[in-house]
Write a protein that binds this ligand. Sequence first.
Ligand code: FMN
Ligand code: 7N5
Length: 342
Amino acid sequence: MSWSADRAEAEARMDPAHVAYYAGWAGDGITLRANEEAFRRLRLLPRVLRGAGKLDTGMTLLGCPTAAPVLVAPTAFHRLADPEGERATARAAAATGTIMIVSMASTVGIGDVAAAAPGATLWFQLYIQPDLGFTRSIVGRAEAAGCRALVVTVDAPVRGRRDDDRGFTDLPEGLHCENLRDGDGVRPIVMSPAFGWEHLALLREMTTMPIVIKGVLRPDDARLAVDHGADGIVVSNHGGRQLDTVPATVEVLPGIAQAVGGAVPVLLDGGVRRGTDVVKALALGADAVAVGRPVLWGLAAGGEPGVTRVLSTLRDELEYALTMCGCAGLDDIGPDLVRRPC
Ligand SMILES: Cc1cc2nc3c(=O)[nH]c(=O)nc-3n(C[C@H](O)[C@H](O)[C@H](O)COP(=O)(O)O)c2cc1C
Ligand SMILES: CCCCC(=O)C(=O)O
C-alpha cells in the first residue's frame, strides 16, 4: 500500500478536522507542495556493472544504531489516528530498528512511550518553553525515559498560520499533551519569538543528551548552530506548516551540507515519500532523513502494523534503489547519482 492509499484509508477512518490538521499547511501550501515536487524533479543516474554485491543500509547516528537512514519525524497527537497513539508508533519503530523522534506534543507521555516499546531508540523533540524551570523538568522526563537525543525545534517562534485547518483547535475529550503535565493540570504549549542562540547553552546545562537543531534552512544558520555546540541539524521547513514560500528542503540541502562540512550529522525532512527520495537526499549531502505524514497515515490506516509497513517499505525501497544504482552501501552514495533539473 502506498502512502497515498494510506491517506485515503485515514480519510475514511478519521474525523475530517483531524485529517485536515495532519495534512495542514501554512498559507497557500506552496512550500508543502514544493517539498515533494523538488524530489520528483531530481533524476537518478544509476551506475552499472559495479559488482557491488549485497548491501547494508544500517548506520549509526549520534551513537544510535538504525537499520536505515530514515527516522520517524516528530509529529503531534498520534492518538488522533489510533487509540494506542505514540505507543503503537514506538513499537513499530522498535520492530523495524528505526529511531523515533517523539514530539513534545505527544498524546502519550514520554515515559509511557518508552515503557510500551522497550526496544525502541527514542529521541525527544522540544519546544523551549519560556518558563525555563518547566522546560528543565520536561527535558528531565525525556532523559529519565531513556531518550538518546534532544531535538530542539526552532522554526516555530509563533504557531504557523494554517487557514485550512478547518477549525481544529482543541484535542478531543481525554486527549492531552501528556509531557506538559504539571501537578493536576496540563500546561498549554507556548511558542515564543524571544529565544536566541544563547538558549542552547542553557539547554546544554540541562542535559547530557546530544542536542539537534530542527528547522534550519540557511547555511549561515547551520554554521551558527555548529558554532553554538549543536550536535546535529535537521534541514526542515516543518513540512510546509510554518512559513509558506520558503524553499523545498532538498533544494537548500547541498549548501547547508557544505557549510557544515561534516562537523555534525545533517538530517533532512519534508516530502520524503520513497526510497528513491532517500537516495537523492543522501546524494545531496544528508546523513539521514525523517518522515512525518506517511507515518501518521500508516498509523491511522493500520495502527502499529501500518507504521511497521510504512517503515519497512521505505527501507526495502532504499535497498532496491541503491542496488539499482550500483551502490555497495551508504558510503557509496555521491552527488554523481543525481541529475539536477535544468
Ligand atoms: C501533523 C503534524 C504534526 C507535527 N508536529 C510537530 C511537532 O510537534 N514538533 C515538530 O518539531 N515538528 C512537527 N511536525 C513537523 C514534522 O516533524 C516534519 O518536519 C514534517 O512533517 C516533515 O514533512 P513530511 O510530513 O512531508 O514528511 C509536524 C508535522 C505534522 C504533519
Ligand atoms: C502545539 C503542537 C504543535 C505541533 C506542530 O508542530 C504542528 O502542528 O506542526
